[in-house]
Ligand binder design. Sequence first.
Ligand code: 3HC
Length: 318
Amino acid sequence: MSEREVKSLEEIFEARIARDEKIEAKDWMPEKYRLTHIRQISQHAHSEIVGMLPEANWITRAPSLRRKVALLAKIQDEGGHGLYLYSAAETLGISREEMYEQLHTGVAKYSSIFNYPAVTWADMGTVGWLVDGAAIINQVALMGASYGPYSRAMVRICKEESFHQRQGYEILLTLCNGTPEQKEMAQDALNRWWWPSLMMFGPKDADSPNTEQSVKWKLKRKTNDELRQQFIDQTVPQADILGLTIPDPKLKWNPETKQYDWGEIDWNEFWQVVKGQGPCNKHRVEARKTAWEKGTWVRDAAMAYAEKQENKVIKEAI
Ligand code: 3HC
């Protein structure tokens, strides 16, 4: 294809983005647009799947059958979100096997938040409240993303995330209205999860190599800092209702900006965790590799059955 032809295709593509049109799998798109989406969507999918691990640890320890059922439903939803997102990434030409290989070899990232341990039952409430709460803020914005399959996957995911956030907040409401020890357990969990939840939104815009282009392509409809601030402004009043203290002495309502002023994230900790040096990174990747290896027979059986069914259909059609 000549340079002139590529240039005119790029102009048509940019005009479509400007008109807020959805780009579909079979449409022409710049190679960098395709690769950026494969990177973000596959890492989003990995986050959903790895995010099941800290919660799975609490299924057998849930304090009641009702809590166990809600946690099981949430974890099952997360697995479904992962499959949705892997399927959306596959529309861009990467295979499921390639994506898993990238996760297992550390080439692909997943959200830093899942590299922290869930040490008490209050963590299950806090993960639902803060982690899924942050995910909702991020994912509602992604419903407006320019790539059709990604934006459509978000519609159902966001509906289910709202249940996840509510069930977590209800766990904390119960604990905060319980014994002093239960309230202390909730405060301890908030102290450990607050700052890692703010890190979920990524580095500061000024330190983000991808945000500027992702905003231009309407993959990101809001920047990392904008979404983080939105999360803080929405979450602080919820902590007040619980009677819990956000572990940030600089947190203060600013009547001029109508937003909360707040302290500073430990960016050294963030990058350490992103680079694989977090409390649970090794354990999480090992768990995923083991599940992949132990699940080989399930995949083989499913593929063999599908092939048998396909051959049967072909035979009947002849
Ligand atoms: N954890 C791990 N890596 C992170 C990160 C985080 N919290 N934040 C940023 N990074 C990585 C980026 O992947 C990028 O590295 P890469 O280029 O090698 O991929 C690098 O740090 C620079 O960050 P940028 O901000 O420039 O990167 P992005 O433009 O990709 O923005 C993002 C990062 C905001 C996480 C964006 O990728 C995004 O919105 N992703 C979709 C949402 C998502 O993945 N959420 C994760 C949580 S899913 C979840 O919580 C499930 C729920 O059900 C509980």
